[in-house]
Design a protein around this ligand. Sequence first.
Ligand SMILES: *Cc1c(COP(=O)(O)O)cnc(C)c1O
Length: 390
Amino acid sequence: MSAERSSRITDVDDKTYIDYVGTWGPAILGHAPILITQTIHEVAKDGISFGAPCPWEIEMAQTIVDWVPSVEKVRMVNSGTEATMSSIRVARGFTGRDKVIKFDGCYHGHVDHLLVAAGSGALTHGEPDSAGVPKAFSDHTIVLPFNNEAAVKEVFDAIGDQIAAIILEPFPANAGLVFPREGYLQFLRDITKKHDTILIFDEVMTGFRVAKGGVQELVGITPDLTCMGKVIGGGLPVGAFGGRADIMDCLAPIGPVYQAGTLSGNPLAMAAGLAQLKALDAADGYTQLEAKGAQLEAGIRKLLEENGLNYTFHRVGSMFCLFFTDKEIWNVDDANGADMDAFKRYFAALLDDGVFIAPSPYETGFLSLAHSAGDIEDTLDAMAKAFKSI
Ligand SMILES: *Cc1c(COP(=O)(O)O)cnc(C)c1O
């Protein structure tokens, strides 16, 4: 069985594109890997959902605990949104506090009280706050700029004993791809520990994508709770959250914090996700993805230089983002300074030439194991033309 299938998508007009959206991250083996389509077919023959634990759910939980450094106990849900929503509920239940700190430009799904200064689609449309969210719902959400220690310190000095949790994408990837400054994540770890505040890493995007254990493995920092999704579902709807056993034990039925889901841990998503994770592991996937990312990066940097463009380029493994500005990017304010019109021309030129990237400069690009060296060469040829047209 082939672990990787296709780096390409075909639209309704029968035009084919090399795809860097990868269903917004999950398709790390490429589209429709035979391994996964066959797994889904085999598992479905025995039952599509039971409403009771299944062996794949147990194995998935064990795999997450083995791979993700901070996770002692884990619960499956059906989306990244549910994972962030439920992790905050359990953090509030555990601490008996209400307030939550999030960062400008970090996206945590469409949880009402987290749709404040969120990234991703909310940014693209220039509407950071969604209609339909009563003001009172976000009264306990404190939004701070990313990579700014003083802003966090100030809040903790004033009301540190009221903060249930800090939630963040440790490498924010929904306002372009942004990296924390040296020492910033350790600072957040230290200040949350000092104030008995729960540190939540939202690794829905980065988990199982940048390394087996996500960003926390790369940087060696252990959050209290971690949100997961995307890659662990093999393309099926999935999410999970987990972390310290004493916090997770606050969840029903052991503890008083209610959480449940009819289709959570369902056999198809669990088996598809496991097949994907095992294939990645067996193929030494993260090493391969790093090599592909490095090939793309070298090519893009060469093209930028040849065209006299000083644009900022960020990459970690198979995730990458080109900012249409020569400024350093440390948060969403910096990203907002990029040249949107240049991006639009670049996007359109690539699309014309059969390369599909996300239609927003605030999104991250994704490589998969199915992207061949030839695909990357073809992409660079298209980019060479696109850079000339901007
Ligand atoms: C995609 C994403 C989510 C939301 O996940 P859904 O499955 O779309 O609900 C949450 N957090 C981050 C960091 C994400 O990238």
